[in-house]
Design a protein around this ligand. Structure first.
Ligand code: JHZ
Length: 392
């Protein structure tokens, strides 16, 4: 059942250059589907990995303190809790997690430019897509792994059968697979429709992921609810016949999802209408500020912001430019828009009236950093859970 139409969208991480404005952009219709049988939420048009992830990928995990801290805390936890010998990370990005490990720690990162950053941290990185062919090669070279970790990656690969078959090839019989991704429940609750874009092919819930894993004789034995990326779930997974006991967090989260009717079509239909209202409210805010001639910019040129700007029809009439700390995004144009991205400096907010939170998921980190300007009267605009102007 298609429950949301986010209109024609560009590929989210394809920032255009400022100079060649004639660059051709792929546009596709972003439709979101709920499958009542599998309970899986996915986008209808599923792009292959090689179209989205290449040698000019602009996203770096280490750009926020929150994520750096998140990966460090997990690394310490793994070292303490699991007596592991070998660890594999699928989608290691710039090595923010793996840099905490010595010994056999291998990262898979298909984006060559980002893999290079991880290699600079002395991490062993294979720059390739996660496929069965690669899993077989890895098994030959390293044998089996007792920990496999993957954050914000497996949901980006369209063929989930191949994803989990490949994992089964390299996961030790007593091994643990840890997956971390935005939680569907939090996305629906907080109205964060911007979690949907070409890279987020699937948004998992405990309900849907458990069903998928069953087919591969895998079982979720524990779940941590995390604050990162607007509310994420960290799933701990073992083989079905493992001696590991299922933790109480599984029942707790299952009840939470069912109480919220995450298994029912009506929940998604209602979400679809809330998103339409959200678009109107956000545009109203921008229109009022445009008429008032306020100085409005964007803060954090995230992939998620691309969905919002293109869905709501926000242009450089509403947002003069975006600020971002990522070198790969600076002096570029946000996909599908005419809004440019400037380099962030600690004085960037000096003359700004309003900043739209493209990186709303890092609100706490950003508010801490910009406390001085908040006190001086600079305000932020956020779209979730309802579009509003915020100062706290
Ligand atoms: P952020 C990406 O999504 C893509 P995005 C991907 N599909 C995914 O799943 C998630 O990451 C994990 C900037 N920023 O992390 C940095 C500042 O400028 O929400 C980023 O460009 N100043 C793999 O792009 C952007 O904001 C700051 O102080 O939606 C945030 O992007 C901070 C904290 C961030 O992910």
């Amino acid at each position: 059942m298609i429950f949301l139409d986010l209109g024609y969208q560009p590929l989210a991480n394809r920032y255009k250059s400022l100079t060649s404005k004639k660059e051709k952009e792929i546009k596709y219709k972003l439709l979101i589907n709920f499958d009542p049988k599998s309970k899986l939420v996915s986008i209808k048009r599923k792009f292959s990995s090689n179209i989205m992830f290449d040698n000019s990928y602009p996203y770096r995990s280490s750009m926020s303190k929150t994520m750096v801290e998140n990966f460090k805390t997990l690394a310490l936890k793994i070292k303490k809790k699991f007596n592991h010998k070998k660890i594999l990370e699928i989608g290691c990005n710039d090595g923010a997690f793996l840099k905490h490990f010595n010994g056999i720690a291998v990262g898979i990162e298909p984006c060559g430019n980002i893999a290079k950053l991880a290699k600079k941290k002395k991490i062993e990185v294979i720059s390739d897509y996660w496929t069965k062919k690669l899993a077989k090669k890895i098994k030959l070279k390293y044998g089996l792994f007792d920990i496999i970790y993957s954050a914000n990656t497996l949901t980006h690969i369209k063929n989930l059968n191949e994803v989990f078959k490949s994992i089964n090839l390299v996961l030790h019989q007593n091994g643990v697979l840890i997956i971390e991704d935005p939680s569907l429940l939090e996305c629906i609750k907080k109205n964060t429709y911007d979690q949907f874009y070409n890279e987020h092919i699937y948004v998992f819930s405990l309900l849907s992921l458990s069903k998928i894993l069953k087919k591969f004789n895998l079982r979720i034995f524990k779940l941590d609810n995390l604050d990162v990326h607007g509310g994420s779930n960290r799933y701990y997974i073992c083989r079905n016949n493992s001696k590991i006991k299922t933790h109480s967090s599984i029942k707790k989260n299952l009840i939470k999802e069912l109480k919220f009717s995450l298994d029912k079509q009506k929940t998604y239909r209602k979400f679809g209408s809330r998103v339409k209202k959200s678009k109107k409210l956000l545009l109203d805010i921008f229109e009022k500020l445009r008429i008032k001639k306020s100085k409005v910019i964007g803060y954090g040129a995230s992939a998620k912001a691309v969905t919002i700007l293109n869905y709501c029809g926000i242009t450089n009439k509403h947002i003069e430019y975006f600020l971002d700390i990522t070198p790969e995004k600076q002096n570029k144009i946000l996909p599908g828009t005419n809004i440019s991205i400037k380099k962030y400096t600690s004085k960037s907010l000096a003359d700004i009236d309003y900043a739209f939170l493209g990186a709303w998921n890092f609100k706490n980190e950003i508010f801490k950093k910009e406390n001085k300007y908040l006190k001086k009267g600079c305000k932020f605009i956020t779209h979730a859970p309802i579009p509003k102007i915020v100062q706290k």
